[in-house]
Write a protein that binds this ligand. Structure first.
Ligand SMILES: NC(=O)c1ccc[n+]([C@@H]2O[C@H](COP(=O)([O-])OP(=O)(O)OC[C@H]3O[C@@H](n4cnc5c(N)ncnc54)[C@H](O)[C@@H]3O)[C@@H](O)[C@H]2O)c1
Ligand SMILES: [Zn+2]
Length: 658
């Protein structure tokens, strides 16, 4: 009973992962975890053949074929590879073949982390390309593959052949694509493999051409016709003009093979593209038929999967981050440690159960893993180094607003139940940074979301602490030195912005940009407004009781006071320079601006008119006194003429202001 339940559970998890990975190009679990689930399922099915479901994913290759591309039937199926994870597995693989074949050698090739593709050439000319799909039927990606610069469109010999290889995205292209996506507010690709797969299934091949894909070839279909061994295949492909990975080796025995694998594991860290293992193949092609295949993969080859990189470091503290939905995520604050080329000082601890199951405690030495994902995680504790005898205990109150937190039934996560919790609403940070408010360049919606996910941005005051995390920020996927420098510069600049903009940026209910300016025009500074009574505010012409009350409430809420004090400490500008209105015939007149002005920008013209007591609005109506029309004026000009409103040119305005 227990076992069949676990099998069903594993199948469910694996099917979901397959769909997200192969069809959506958007994985939600790491490859390592996926491989471990699959391994467990394979083992359970081997030990309990009677429980093996006919629809088990262990017998299936790849994903669903989408309708957007033409389907292609492979003449020779494109199989997958079995996996091995340690040297014992490798020895077993070797021994199994040894039972059937007395003497053979094994090739090692780097396993490029991309997607498999099959290419056809007719008389030496490139004619078509297809994805692996479900192994039997793939998608026609001929035009997209044609854009790959290193792919020869004509071979050095006029052969009619089918070859197979791996399309991949070099790390440099990957980072560039992600930087571009951040700028366009698009979701990031999780890793180069997903970026390559997502790119090759683009419908517009001009987009593909710009993404910097590359390709290594390693298989010649019907190789027997031309050569005797896999190493000769690779040499031959090279001579035909294909790009072949330089790391391959013929191993005469098992020890040489195992040494080679650890050598490759070192080399791969220096390469400009991602690899996830070593492909091991019997070198002598004429043994393949004898050794045979399973439903899913050949028995004469296997893939050794590298373990994800793990590093040990001190867990200095466990802190808590509050997300957009109120969900509370525990975060490990680490002694910074270098993993896969980047410094890591924070890692996710997922939830209360995760910490308790692994018995992770403050001051423990922990192993941290970064397996292709953006967010690293703590995987286990080094118990030998434990000094703390107090187990972890979940917090009771929200770290941001101090309200009681609750664990929802059937869920692993706690939530802050306070609907007004400042951290709950990422929108408040997004609004604060936006163009109309503090105008912080480079801190758009997507960036706010990513920083929040990584635990760097929970509240608007965190914006001014970002500079303390410089080293970490430049290592986040999609960022880099240049964009972080620009962002920090934008944040510094925002400290000087006028107080009315800041007041608006705080997101006080009922306080728009206009109301913020009116309030400060009357009170002179945010500090004075802070001391103002409801009556004093209501005395202002444009301010009614609703606005007065919500401003008063905002300034008398404890957590808001903390925020304001912090902002003041960071040096934000709380003093407002009242607009000195010049006595002029334009006092109280209503203006609309349209078309392109020659000497002033629209904002400058607006400011100039406002200094002279005019009100500048957006649309023409009966209340409009003047329309200022620049060149290329359109419908507003028409409407103003219709309503017989006085129309002024830029020069006429300037004349009358003199
Ligand atoms: N994270 C997830 O949710 C998720 C879900 C499904 C699959 N996956 C991952 O996808 C992979 C499974 O895909 P798979 O079926 O392609 O198996 P595989 O990646 O384990 O191995 C087969 C593939 O290796 C590639 N390859 C690279 N270099 C090669 C070489 N020199 N010679 C031969 N082949 C080479 C080919 O594309 C071949 O199809 C696993 O890595 C798994 O972790 C992850
Ligand atoms: Zn809260």
């Amino acid at each position: 009973m227990e076992i069949s339940k676990r099998i069903n559970e594993l199948i469910e998890v694996i099917n979901k992962a397959n769909y997200e990975y192969h069809t959506l190009d958007k994985p939600t679990i790491s490859d390592y975890d996926y491989d471990m689930y699959l391994k467990e399922l394979i083992e359970l099915e081997e030990q309990n053949p009677e429980l093996k479901r006919t629809d088990s994913p262990t017998g299936k290759i790849g994903g669903i074929i989408l309708d957007s591309f033409n389907k292609v039937t492979h003449d020779v199926p494109m199989m997958s590879l079995s996996n091995v994870f340690n040297s014992d597995d490798v020895r077993n693989f070797y021994e199994r073949i040894k039972k059937e074949i007395k003497s053979f050698s094994l090739t090692t090739e780097l396993k490029i982390d991309g997607l498999a593709v099959s290419l056809k050439y007719v008389n030496g000319v490139y004619t078509s390309a297809a994805t692996r799909g479900n192994g039997l039927i793939g998608e026609d990606i001929t035009e997209n593959v044609r854009t790959i610069k290193s792919l020869p469109l004509k071979l050095s010999e006029p052969l009619t052949i089918e070859v197979r290889g791996e399309i991949f995205m070099p790390q440099k292209s990957f980072h560039k694509v992600n930087e571009e996506r951040i700028k366009n507010d698009e979701p990031l690709f999780a890793n180069p493999r997903n970026a390559a797969a997502g790119t090759i299934r683009q419908l517009d091949s001009r987009v593909v051409a710009k993404r910097g894909l590359d390709i290594f070839l390693y298989t010649l279909v019907d190789a027997k016709k031309y050569v005797n061994t896999q190493s000769q295949v690779l040499e031959y492909l090279g001579r035909l003009g294909f790009k072949v990975n330089p790391y391959f080796h013929v191993n005469e025995n098992i020890d040489e093979l195992i040494n080679k694998i650890s050598e490759y594991d070192k080399i791969r860290k220096t390469l400009a593209y991602d690899t996830d293992g070593v492909v091991i193949k019997v070198n002598e092609i004429n043994y393949y038929d004898e050794i045979g295949v399973t439903a899913k993969s050949p028995k004469w080859a296997t893939a050794y999967k590298f373990a994800p990189e793990e590093e040990e470091t001190l867990l200095k503290d466990i802190t808590f981050q509050v997300g957009r939905t109120g969900v509370i995520t525990p975060v490990a604050e680490l002694e910074p440690v270098l993993i896969s080329g980047s410094m890591v000082s924070r890692a996710t601890l997922h939830n209360e159960d995760y910490i308790i199951n692994k018995d992770i405690r403050k001051n423990d030495y922990v192993f941290v893993r970064k397996a292709g994902e953006i967010i690293p995680e703590v995987v286990r504790v080094n118990l030998d180094k434990r000094t703390n005898n107090i187990p972890f205990k979940m917090i009771d109150n929200c770290p941001v607003c101090n309200s009681k937190i609750e664990r929802k039934q059937g869920e692993a996560d706690y939530y802050c139940m306070n609907l007004d919790c400042p951290a709950r609403n990422l929108n408040s940070i997004i609004h604060f940074a936006s163009r109309v408010a503090m105008d912080i360049d480079g801190l758009g919606e997507k960036v706010v979301e990513i920083f929040n996910n990584l635990g760097f941005l929970n509240s608007i005051t965190d914006i001014y602490k970002l500079k303390n995390y410089y080293e970490e920020l430049i290592n986040i996927e999609g960022f880099g030195k240049k964009s972080v420098d620009k962002l920090l510069e934008g944040i510094e600049k925002s400290k000087k912005i006028e107080a009315n903009r800041l007041l608006f940026a705080l997101g006080i209910k009922n306080v728009g940009a206009k109301v913020a300016t009116i309030l400060l025009n009357n009170f002179g500074s945010i500090n004075n407004l802070f001391l103002a009574t409801i009556d004093e505010m209501e005395n202002i012409n444009e301010i009614g009781s609703v606005i007065a009350k919500s401003v008063y409430e905002y300034f008398h809420n404890e957590s808001n006071i903390i925020v304001l004090n912090e902002l003041k400490d960071y040096g934000l500008n709380f003093e407002y320079k009242k607009l000195e209105i010049i006595e002029h015939e334009f006092n109280g007149k209503v203006f609309v601006l349209t078309g392109t002005l020659e000497h002033y920008s629209r904002d400058e013209m607006k400011e100039l008119l406002e200094k002279h007591g005019a009100k500048v609005t957006n649309s023409v109506s009966k209340k409009t006194d003047y329309l200022v029309a620049g060149s290329d004026a359109g419908s507003k000009l028409e409407k103003a003429k219709e309503l017989k409103i006085t129309i002024l040119s830029e020069n006429e305005v300037v004349e009358r202001l003199k």
